[in-house]
Write a protein that binds this ligand. Structure first.
Ligand code: FPP
Ligand code: MG
Length: 328
């Protein structure tokens, strides 16, 4: 079983330096904003995006050395991600994140919205002040893409009409776009060639699609105590994700209606959520979604094979195994 620690090994020292880099740039003015910022910074999660940015940079940098430009790229993507999760929990009305109360649960939605805005604004300010405009403009575009994905998801959730194509568009925008930019911004930060930057973008996109499919599978298979998120959260939010799409596509009209009627009332009726969850498991939705996820991981790994072997390339390959095996 591959762990995040194994993947991080070749850049362990740089990741420690990166943590200080983030801390030195992100401090608030005091009061409630500082409290909220401290709260989110002290539970940064797995740090997958900065890790990918830094591994990508180290793999492409001729000597494996990375410096401030890479830390900047890694920080920009990580803080965009952090802001998006603070807002996401407001949108989803989620009370838990990483096993702790979400910012909205602890300080109310109105403060959480501002905390997310603040992180995003400070991030852009730091980026612009750095003068590394190529990196800032490379990364900044994804914010709009994330918003597009989130709005699309909400619209389809309210209509409960997410098709397979809609689903891929949603996860491509809300998740894969930022992971793609993490990998390509890492490459850009060490002055990779346009071909290398584009290749790493393709790597991140495929790995990011797989990562979100794995997340959506976990919503059906994992316990809240492991994921740190509410149980059956997606169907309770009427989010139709790949495991359910796989089942809906094969269901006859009557069963399809039965499943969708159950999804419609899941939020208030845990027994209906359990009905949908067990149908998805029994009818092969999880296995089929896993096959799709594995195909994306294959695509990601084939991009990596174009690069020279190195401990950094090995870590990125291990990241693909980690996605396939992840439990939270
Ligand atoms: C988590 O998805 C959410 C995202 C991947 C993106 C959220 C994007 C926005 C709220 C748009 C605004 C963006 C910024 C930068 C302010 P999920 O709900 O499926 O995952 P979860 O189970 O972790 O909540
Ligand atoms: Mg959410």
């Amino acid at each position: 079983m591959v762990t995040i620690d194994t993947i991080r090994k070749p850049i362990e020292a740089e990741l420690a330096e990166f943590d200080s880099f983030v801390r030195s740039h992100f401090s608030a003015e005091g009061g409630l904003l500082s409290e909220m910022l401290e709260y989110v910074l002290s539970s940064r999660g797995k740090g997958i995006r900065p890790m990918i940015a830094m591994l990508s940079a180290a793999m492409i940098s001729p000597s494996g050395t990375i410096g401030k430009r890479t830390y900047l790229a890694a920080m920009l993507v990580e803080m965009i991600h952090m802001a998006s999760l603070i807002h996401d929990d407001v949108i989803d009305d989620a009370d838990k994140r990483r096993g702790r109360p979400s910012v909205n649960a602890r300080w109310q939605s109105k403060n959480a919205v501002l905390a997310g805005d603040y992180v995003l604004a400070r991030n852009m300010d730091i980026g612009m002040s750095s003068g590394q405009y190529d990196i800032v403009s490379h990364v900044i575009r994804t914010i709009a893409t994330l918003c597009e994905g989130e709005v699309l998801q909400g619209d389809h959730a309210s209509k409960m009409d997410t098709s397979r194509e809609d689903y891929f568009e949603i996860i491509g925008k809300k998740t894969a776009s930022l992971i793609a930019v993490s990998a390509s911004a890492g490459a850009l930060s060490v002055k990779g060639t346009p071909a290398q930057i584009a290749a790493m973008h393709r790597f991140g996109e495929a790995a990011g699609m797989a990562f979100q499919i794995a997340d959506d599978i976990l919503d059906y298979t994992s316990q809240s105590s492991v994921t740190g998120k509410p149980v059956n959260a997606d169907i309770r939010e009427r989010k139709i994700t790949l495991p359910l799409i796989e089942v809906l596509e094969r269901a006859d009209a009557e069963h399809r209606r039965e499943l969708l009627d159950a999804v419609a009332v899941c939020a208030d009726d845990p027994s209906k959520a359990e009905f949908v969850r067990s149908a998805v498991e029994r009818e092969g939705g999880i296995e089929r979604a896993r096959e799709v996820m594995k195909a994306y991981l294959q695509r990601a790994m084939s991009v990596l094979s174009q690069f020279e072997p190195s401990p950094y390339r090995e870590s990125l390959t291990q990241f693909c195994s980690y996605v396939a095996e992840r439990e939270k």
